[in-house]
Design a protein around this ligand. Structure first.
Ligand SMILES: *Cc1c(COP(=O)(O)O)cnc(C)c1O
Length: 379
């Protein structure tokens, strides 16, 4: 049995006819840039997240970058970022001229550890980017409380968490944030519509959510050449970072399926968890009810050997991420070294993402787990 890590063609089949029709309509109107579909998608996605506003941009990376710019973050400032995430979280900080300052992650959720965040704060700290990694919200009550007390702006990296709901297992820290969706908690929420995300376009795309009107207005100017109302009047240095109308067409159709697809992911995660619970060598994901399983990641000591066994059986797996950000060549200049963030470093050595998408079958899950067990026996 061949079990690919991902399957995008099944999603596309479901929306193809409607998208073809909508693309024809868009072409007829020649409304390719910031047309009615972008506006409609922004409204639909904001309402889906429970946010007041949304601004479509050209990628998740730019969603993060423009968020930081809108908050006035730049040279001389520091922004705290988990050491275990996709590199774009830190690059967005670097693009503004500010310095990314790394912090460690929680050993169970793989998300920013509030204590490590707290101890990384200096006089220069202007922002923090909690990442809702693999589809599970970071400990937002704790992070928001620390950030508010110190006047630090919070940019949620929700690029892997479309539709994820924040839950807290820490009763003392429960606040009004519990039950809110990823992207609707911090000062802004950043989404990517890279094709493999829980909500993915047919190309690059991204979006920023916010509840703050002035931030919303700044973001609209920043993503569209610094123009405010008039076409050739530019009120500040802006960027060409618009969400493409044709991507908005695809995303509007797919958004209709998002909850259903996330529910499928949860169901498959639940089955993985049940079948793997008896396997001692494997740590299964720590689960809050709002998890949307962008990835289903297990952790184990003999990761590399298990991965080659699974590949030899036709099962697609991915290691993300194999190297923490503070040890990447791109950030050599920041002078971090091995041992600085032990939880992130260990996670990089032990993490393995199993096949996860809404079109798996229970038989495929059972096959993956039986091959995991066989691989461990022979390892
Ligand atoms: C995908 C991703 C991004 C970047 O999104 P792009 O649309 O590829 O620019 C940023 N952060 C995280 C955690 C991501 O998974």
């Amino acid at each position: 049995m061949k079990i690919p890590f991902l399957n995008l063609t099944m999603q596309d089949k479901l929306i193809l006819t409607d998208v073809q029709h909508m693309v024809r309509m868009t072409a007829k109107k020649s409304s390719f840039i910031l047309g009615p579909d972008v506006r409609a998608f922004e409204e639909e996605f904001a309402s889906y997240c429970g946010s007041n506003f949304a601004v479509g941009v050209n990628s998740g990376t730019d969603a993060l970058f423009l968020s930081l710019l809108a908050m006035g973050i730049g040279p001389g400032d520091e922004v705290i970022v988990p050491a275990f995430t996709f590199i774009a979280t830190a690059f967005a900080v670097s693009y503004t001229g500010a310095t990314p300052v790394f912090a460690d992650i929680d050993k169970d959720t793989y998300n920013l550890d509030p204590d490590s965040f707290s101890s990384a704060i200096t006089k220069r700290t202007k922002g923090v980017i909690p990442v809702h990694l693999f589809g599970q919200c970071a400990d937002m009550s704790a992070i928001m409380a620390i950030a508010r007390k110190r006047g630090i702006k919070v940019v949620e990296d929700a690029c892997q968490a479309h539709g994820s709901v924040y839950h807290s297992s820490n009763v003392r820290r429960r606040t009004l944030d519990v039950g809110r969706k990823a992207g609707a908690i911090g000062d802004t929420g950043c989404f990517s519509f890279y094709p493999t995300k829980n909500l993915g376009g047919w190309g690059d795309g991204g979006l920023i959510t916010t509840n703050d009107k002035p931030t919303y207005e700044k973001l609209r100017i920043l993503r569209d050449c610094g123009r405010d109302k008039l076409r050739y009047e530019h009120v500040r240095v802006g960027y060409n970072s618009r969400l493409d109308s044709l991507q908005a067409v695809v995303l509007r159709e797919k958004l209709k399926f998002l909850d259903q697809w996330n529910a499928k992911r949860k169901m498959f995660a639940c089955e993985y968890g049940r079948l793997l619970s008896s396997v001692e060598e494997i740590v299964t994901p720590h689960e809050h009810p709002g998890h949307v399983y962008h990835a289903y990641c297990i952790r184990l000591k003999k990761r590399d050997r298990l991965q080659s066994h699974l590949h030899s059986k036709g099962i697609g797996t991915v290691v993300y991420y194999p190297l923490p950000l503070h040890l990447q060549k791109a950030y050599k200049g920041l002078k971090y070294s091995a041992g600085n963030f032990p939880v992130s470093e260990r996670t990089c050595k032990e993490i393995l993402a199993l096949p996860m998408h809404p079109f798996l079958t229970m038989a495929q899950i059972r096959f993956v787990v039986s091959q995991i067990k066989q691989g461990l026996r022979s390892a």
